[in-house]
Design a protein around this ligand. Structure first.
Ligand SMILES: [Zn+2]
Length: 79
């Protein structure tokens, strides 16, 4: 008998920020806020969610910044 297990990342958009200037590309735009969560999988079936991470992504250049959970929840617009 063998077990096939692993981790599968799931990233979903949860909202947008107010407009502000990107330090990387200098454009002013809204930033998209994402939740990234790894799932423990068994035979490719996601079973156990791991701790989520949050980040915001510049919609112009794709640069991103890590966010705390509180910062991300303030920007949550998609349930
Ligand atoms: Zn940018």
């Amino acid at each position: 008998m063998f077990l096939l297990f692993g981790f599968r990342p799931v990233v979903k958009k949860i909202g947008v920020t107010k407009k502000y200037r990107c330090t990387r590309c200098s454009n002013v735009s809204c930033w998209e806020v994402y939740e990234s969560r790894n799932w423990f999988t068994l035979f490719f079936i996601p079973l156990i969610p791991m701790k989520p991470e949050y980040f915001e992504r510049c919609s112009v250049c794709g640069g991103y910044n890590q966010l705390s959970r509180e910062e991300a929840e303030r920007c949550r617009t998609i349930v």
